[in-house]
Design a protein around this ligand. Structure first.
Ligand code: MRU
Length: 343
C-alpha cells in the first residue's frame, strides 16, 4: 500500500489492501482484541460495513471502493450488482455513495481490476492527505490552552489515517494549543469509550473519558472551549448528520458559549441534499440498547428506539472544516461558495 509516512501521534491503519484481498482491523473487538478480518469477496465487504467491523464515514467509502476491486477480480460480469449491494450496506454516510459513484466513473473508463485498484488507492491516499490538511486548518482555529470534547470515533480507525476531528486534535496537541482532550462514551456502540480512547492512548495523546450524560456539566465547568466532531453527511445548507448525541452536544455548547467545529472531507459534503430533513437516518436494532458487554441489562419485553445518527442544524455550528477550506457560521451561501462547483 502506498502511504505517506506517519507523523507523530498517528500509528494506526484500519483498512489495508493486501494485493489480492482487503484486510480490516475488526473494530467490533477493540480494545480487548486487535484482530483483523480478510475480505476476499464483495459480500465480505458488505458484511463488514453493515456489521460495523469497519465504520466511520471515510473508512466505509474506502472499503467499498476496494469491494468494487474485489468484484472486478472475482466476477467482472456482475459489477453493477456489486455496486448496488455496497451502496445498500449503510444509508447515512454519503462517503459510501461518493466512493461508489467515483468507482462507477472509473469502470466506464477502464473496468480492469488493476485500473480500479489504482482508483481505490487514490481515494484512500487522498483521504489521508485531506485529513492532514484539515488537521492544520482546524487546529489553526484554536487558541492556546484549549480544552476539546469529541464524540464517537473520527480517527485513523474511521478514515485512511490521522482522522477528521481526531486529526484536528492530533494537530492541536502537536502544536501545543490543545491542553485537554475529553471523549464521550458514545452509547450505545461505545465508539468513544472503546475506539477513541484506545486510539488516543496508543498514540500517546492523554485523554479523559466522560459519560455522554456528563457533557453539559463538563462544559459548565469551563474545561472545554471547543466541541470537535466529524460528520457522516453535510447538506447544502450546512446541516450536519453525525453520530447520535452530536445534536445535544451542539445545543449544550451554544448554551455554555463553547464553540462547535465539524471536521469532514469534501467527500462528506452532499450538495444534492438540501438540508438535514432530507438525510436518511440509520435505525439499528433495539438489541444494541438491551445489552452491555454481551450481558442483558434491560427487562425482557422492553422496547427501544435506536437511531444511530442525528442532525445538527447549521445554526449551531461555528465552523465546518474541510480540505478545501473552512466555512465559518455555515449557511447555504457559505456552503455554495466553497462547494458550488464540486462534483
Ligand atoms: O456508526 P459509525 O461508527 O460508522 O458512525 C461514525 C460517526 O458518526 C463518525 O463521527 C463519522 O463517520 C465521522 S468519521 C471521520
Amino acid at each position: 500500500m502506498t502511504e505517506a509516512s506517519s507523523t507523530s501521534h498517528d500509528s494506526i491503519r484500519a483498512v489495508r489492501w493486501q494485493g489480492d484481498h482487503l484486510r480490516l482491523l475488526d473494530q467490533r473487538r477493540l480494545p480487548s482484541e486487535e484482530t483483523y478480518i480478510d475480505c476476499r469477496s464483495v459480500d465480505d465487504v458488505v458484511d463488514a460495513i453493515r456489521d460495523l467491523a469497519v465504520r466511520g464515514a471515510p473508512a466505509i467509502g474506502i472499503s467499498a471502493a476496494w469491494g468494487v476491486v474485489l468484484a472486478a477480480r472475482n466476477d467482472p460480469g456482475k459489477l453493477d450488482a456489486a455496486l448496488s449491494a455496497l451502496r445498500a450496506a449503510r444509508p447515512t454516510a454519503v462517503n459510501l455513495m461518493w466512493a461508489l459513484d467515483r468507482m462507477k466513473k472509473a469502470i466506464v473508463r477502464n473496468s480492469s481490476a488493476d485500473a480500479l485498484a489504482d482508483e481505490a488507492q487514490a481515494i484512500q491516499d487522498e483521504d489521508l492527505a485531506a485529513n492532514r490538511h484539515m488537521g492544520e486548518l482546524g487546529a489553526g482555529l484554536l487558541d492556546a490552552d484549549t480544552g476539546v470534547l469529541t464524540h464517537c470515533n473520527t480517527g485513523s480507525l474511521a478514515t485512511a489515517g490521522y482522522g477528521t476531528a481526531l486529526g484536528v486534535i492530533r494537530a492541536g496537541v502537536d502544536s501545543g494549543r490543545i491542553a485537554r482532550v475529553f471523549a464521550g462514551e458514545t452509547r450505545p456502540w461505545l465508539q468513544g469509550a472503546r475506539l477513541t480512547m484506545w486510539e488516543l492512548l496508543r498514540d500517546g495523546i492523554p485523554a479523559t473519558l466522560v459519560a455522554d450524560s456528563a457533557a453539559a456539566h463538563l462544559m459548565k465547568s469551563g474545561q472545554v472551549q471547543w466541541v470537535v466532531v466529524g460528520a457522516d453527511r453535510i447538506a447544502a445548507n450546512g446541516d450536519t448528520a453525525n453520530k447520535i448525541g452530536t445534536y445535544q452536544l451542539a445545543i449544550s455548547a451554544k448554551h455554555h458559549g463553547v464553540r462547535f467545529m465539524v471536521v469532514a472531507p469534501s467527500s462528506t459534503v452532499d450538495m444534492s441534499t438540501p438540508d438535514g430533513e432530507a438525510i436518511d437516518i440509520e435505525l439499528r436494532s433495539p438489541d444494541e440498547l438491551f445489552a452491555y458487554a454481551g450481558q442483558r441489562t434491560v427487562a425482557a419485553g422492553a422496547q427501544a428506539w435506536n437511531p444511530v445518527f442525528d442532525v445538527t442544524p447549521a445554526s449551531l455550528i461555528d465552523a465546518i472544516v474541510t480540505e478545501l477550506g473552512v466555512v465559518h457560521r455555515p449557511d447555504e451561501a457559505g456552503m455554495n461558495r466553497l462547494f458550488g462547483n464540486v462534483r
